[in-house]
Design a binder for this molecule. Structure first.
Ligand code: DSN
Length: 425
């Protein structure tokens, strides 16, 4: 075992301390933030490579700088593997984040002031889907649809009604906090009916889509954006796949439209991650992600927590902390107390939430990261018991300490990066 990050340790102890502490935090805490994951050591190696030194504005074969032959190879590998993964006609792997992928897609598909119909943030949407303080909400006129108040499932009749009423230039689908399957075929049909373009942000579910555990939006959408670091388990970043008629506009909207020099080290790491996702073991991983999510959701439900939407079909669940049998605390208190017990979740607004975004009535939990480190359904059952204990007694330091010790012990049995020494030598 080598002491982690020895060169930074020798040169810059202050930064090294933060890096080591974060490594230790990841190793010792149960990570249930639904949008996070742990990349492979090979992805980390590509991220730390000399490709970060290279300027490569443009695209393979057409760059504004010399010396791009090797980064061209990396970008071509990434693009081709991404197309294979999603059976897509064309791909752009340069977006530095999901939000930048969305920004580029909107730039390609709409004019400033055009109407875009998308999912409401409080109902599971995303900031970059038209929040008034995000560039999307500043430059385009957003109208939002939501979930049905009874079922808390997407209300496709409402989408059709709003689409007919507002005749949007773009119908947008995709979510960051929606636990059920999204019917992309139905949404694509609504877009066709009103002659709108169809844009899907599949950031959260890309890994599930890659192995057919969630229906793919790719056959139905003009453009599909994603992040590469969530269920897809690659480096932090974004990517776009689209129909071939769209790729010229998409490429131009990414560069020079909204980004400068691409992060070539991240693009090489995306290529490595996409190859990992093409391996049959990735399907087994995603099946376990879904099985673990169902087991965790069932364990919490049995203990009296209410699940938004009635359960989960994917990698995440939304827990309503209110209700007759619920713990009756805010998401903020839940997040804080679980964090002290070595369990990381995030507070999250739930549909029709009366609380403010910094308080919330709910928490969001997902299983991609814990599944990567080898947690199984028995671990999920144990975990749901620990979470329930803490949520029902969030100020009880004895309970928090006991759960924290059990959580850390389980983590030690299932290390993420066993080749890295997380303590100062
Ligand atoms: N912040 C991400 C999430 O947690 O879902 C989305 O960008």
């Amino acid at each position: 075992m080598t002491h982690a990050y020895p060169l930074v340790a020798a040169q810059d102890p202050e930064v090294h301390q933060a890096m080591l502490a974060e490594l230790r935090r990841q190793e010792e805490q149960i990570e249930l933030i639904a949008s996070e994951n742990h990349t492979s050591p090979a992805v980390l190696e590509a991220l730390g490579s000399v490709l970060t030194n290279k300027y490569a504005e443009g695209y393979p074969g057409r760059r504004y700088y010399g010396g791009c032959e090797h980064v061209d190879t990396a970008e071509d590998l990434a693009r081709n593997r991404l197309k294979e993964l999603f059976d897509a006609e064309a791909a752009n792997v340069q977006p530095s984040s999901g939000t930048q992928a969305n920004q580029a897609a909107m730039l390609a598909m709409a004019e400033p002031g055009d109407t875009i119909l998308a999912l409401e943030l409080n109902h599971g949407g995303h900031l970059s889907h038209g929040h008034p303080k995000n560039a999307s909400g500043i430059f385009y006129k957003f109208v939002h649809y939501g979930v049905d108040p009874e079922t808390e499932h997407l209300d496709y009749d409402l989408v059709r009604k709003l689409a007919k009423e507002h005749r949007p230039k773009v119908l947008m689908a995709g979510a960051s906090a929606y636990p059920r399957t999204i019917d992309f075929q139905a949404l694509g049909a609504i877009a066709k009916e009103v002659e709108a373009l169809f844009l899907v942000d599949m950031a959260h579910i890309a890994g599930l889509v890659a192995v057919d555990l969630h229906p793919s939006p790719v056959p139905h959408a003009d453009v599909v954006t994603m992040t590469t670091h969530k269920t897809l388990r690659g480096p932090r970043g974004g990517a776009i796949v689209c129909k071939k008629d769209w790729i010229k506009k998409i490429n131009s909207a990414v560069f020079p439209g909204s980004q400068g020099g691409p992060l070539m080290h991240a693009i090489a790491a995306k290529a490595v991650a996409f190859q990992e996702a093409l391996d049959p073991s990735f399907r087994r991983y995603q099946e376990q992600v879904v099985a673990n999510a169902k087991a965790l959701a069932a364990g919490l439900e049995q203990r009296g927590c209410r699940l938004v939407g009635g359960g989960t079909d994917n990698h995440l669940m939304m827990v309503d902390l209110r209700g007759p049998k619920g713990p009756g605390i805010t998401g903020r208190i839940a997040e804080d107390s679980l964090h002290r017990a070595n369990i990381t979740v995030n507070k999250n607004l739930i549909p029709f939430d009366p609380e403010k975004p910094m308080q919330t009535s709910g928490i969001r939990m997902g299983t991609p990261a814990v599944t990567t480190r080898g947690f199984d359904v028995d671990d999920m059952e144990r975990l749901s018991g620990w979470i329930d204990l803490v949520l029902r007694d969030p100020e009880n330091e004895k309970v928090i300490q006991e759960v924290g010790e059990e959580a850390a012990a389980l983590c030690r049995m299932k290390p993420i990066y066993p080749h890295m020494e997380a303590v100062q030598s």
